[in-house]
Design a protein around this ligand. Structure first.
Ligand code: ARG
Length: 472
């Protein structure tokens, strides 16, 4: 007599001893892969529809399966489905429940299919939808950045290199730099989406199936752009997921760098911005504190997504063809990546509009640190002096400014002429912050007029990188 525990397993036929309880707990994935339930059901409905089309199921069997699966979907959503670790994963839980509800027709659903091509299909359907969600949240953040850039097109701030004040830039220009990074993240996600959107189903366990299946029909029903060409690759490929997590890790690096600036700018030393109260927290001991915890957390969360990328790369590196159970370990890193990236994008997009810009402080900082020294050198070049000589002359003037605690703009014409007799009365115009900004009017420059144009182009480029519609 077979033990009930083995008889319950859809694969129990060749076994005579029950699974060790420890093994059952160790190998079950249902606690986390039940997240795939809607995609699992969608994939099964498409598979059953195709099986009926090619005559492997009767119309009644197909209808019973479809209705049964829809009922299970409703119950899962209502929270009444009983998940069991004895049934390992989301796929066997749903299939067993279907058979319990509709009888023999339920046992025919798995014809011409394996859990290997089933899980690969589920995860692609899932990741396609989640990628679109990430793209939508990314767009919200980009719109928030563009709105800030539009509002602060002319606001002056110091630009930095080596964390030292370098040259004046506009706040709008600075926001557009962040938007460029996010536009590239968008491109990467959209490109990766093309390789996500291919159908593995039909590969069965690894070698395909002897049944007269119609893979293109299933691809059309599920809105896949193409089918995976090779059955061995179809069940074992996780490149699409690694690409997605890689694009996500880079997106998180961008958010982390942005966060670092927000933290610095919020400090008393910089005092460039103040984040809204709703997006900051206090200290339990120091009553005066208002801490930028949200950017700090985003910066911190960048680490886990990079970690997930490493986990997935290492998961794949030793795997021979075709499917191996190792692949069950792909889901938790992927799910946590999705949760983390979506949370961070959402919180950032909502936090940015609460940011108060302290334009006077930024301007005062830009006036310190000789940020128009390069403009003076460029002015001398205009008077026929070689750039290297001009650089030397201005360097000496800066040294005097450092010693006397004055910016170059505070030097009188006579004082400046001691360094270079070619300097004339028009010099003070180039030493102003506005003069420095306005001079950088080429494409990609920080002049307010150019920034205004760049915002319009960025808006169009964002629109051009929209989410493709699913062809079902
Ligand atoms: N839970 C498994 C996974 O996530 C499904 C495929 C199992 N296939 C198998 N041959 N045991 O990969």
């Amino acid at each position: 007599m077979k033990q009930q525990q083995v008889a319950d397993k859809p694969w129990g036929g060749r076994f005579s001893a029950p699974t060790d309880a420890l093994v059952e707990a160790f190998s079950a994935s249902v606690s986390y892969d039940k997240r795939l339930y809607a995609c699992d059901i969608e994939g099964s409905i498409a598979h059953a529809t195709m099986l009926a089309d090619v005559g492997l199921l009767t119309g009644e069997e197909r209808d019973a399966i479809v209705a049964g699966l829809r009922g299970i979907l409703a119950d899962i959503e209502a929270g009444t489905m009983r998940w069991s670790i004895t049934l390992e994963d989301v796929h066997m839980n749903i299939e067993s429940e279907l058979t319990r509800r509709i009888g023999t027709a339920g046992k025919k659903l798995h014809t011409g299919r394996s859990r290997n091509d089933q899980v690969a299909t589920d995860i692609r359907l899932y990741l396609r939808a989640e990628t679109d969600q990430v793209l939508a949240l990314l767009e919200e953040l980009q719109q928030a950045l563009l709105a800030l850039a539009r509002r602060e097109t002319e606001t002056v701030m110091p630009g930095f290199t080596h964390m030292q004040i370098a040259q004046p830039v506009t706040f709008g220009h600075h926001m557009l730099a962040w938007n460029e990074m996010l536009l590239r993240d968008r491109e990467r996600l959209l490109d990766c989406r093309k390789r996500i959107n291919r159908l593995p189903l039909g590969a069965a366990a690894l070698a395909g199936t002897g049944y007269p299946i119609d893979r293109q029909r299933v691809a059309d029903l599920l809105g896949f752009d193409a089918i995976c060409e090779n059955s061995l690759d179809a069940v074992s490929d996780r490149d699409f997921m690694i690409e997605f997590v890689s694009a996500s890790a880079l997106l998180m690096v961008h958010l982390s760098r942005f966060s670092e600036e927000l933290v610095l700018w919020s400090s008393a030393q910089f005092d460039f911005i103040e984040l809204g109260d709703a997006f900051c927290t206090g200290s339990s001991i120091m009553p005066q504190k208002k801490n930028p915890d949200i950017p700090e957390l985003v910066r911190g969360k960048c680490g886990r997504v990079s970690g997930h990328l490493m986990a997935l790369l290492m998961l794949m590196k030793g795997q021979p063809l075709a499917y191996n159970r190792d692949n069950q370990e792909d889901k938790e890193p992927l799910f946590d990546t999705l949760d983390t990236v979506q949370d961070c994008l959402q919180v950032f997009a909502r936090m940015l509009p609460t940011m108060q810009i302290k334009a006077d402080n930024m301007r005062a900082a830009a006036l310190k640190g000789f940020s128009t020294a390069t403009d003076l050198a460029d002015y001398l070049v205009g008077k026929g002096i070689a750039f290297r000589d001009a650089h030397e002359v201005v360097g000496r003037a800066v040294a005097e400014g450092v010693a006397s605690g004055r910016d170059l703009a505070e030097f009188s014409l006579e004082e400046l002429q001691r360094y270079c007799p070619e300097i004339q009365a028009d010099v003070h115009k180039v030493l102003t912050l506005e003069g420095s900004l306005a001079a950088r009017k080429h494409v990609g420059g920080t002049a307010p007029a150019q920034v205004a144009k760049a915002i319009k182009r960025a808006q169009q480029r964002l629109q051009a990188l929209s989410i493709p519609s699913i062809g079902v």
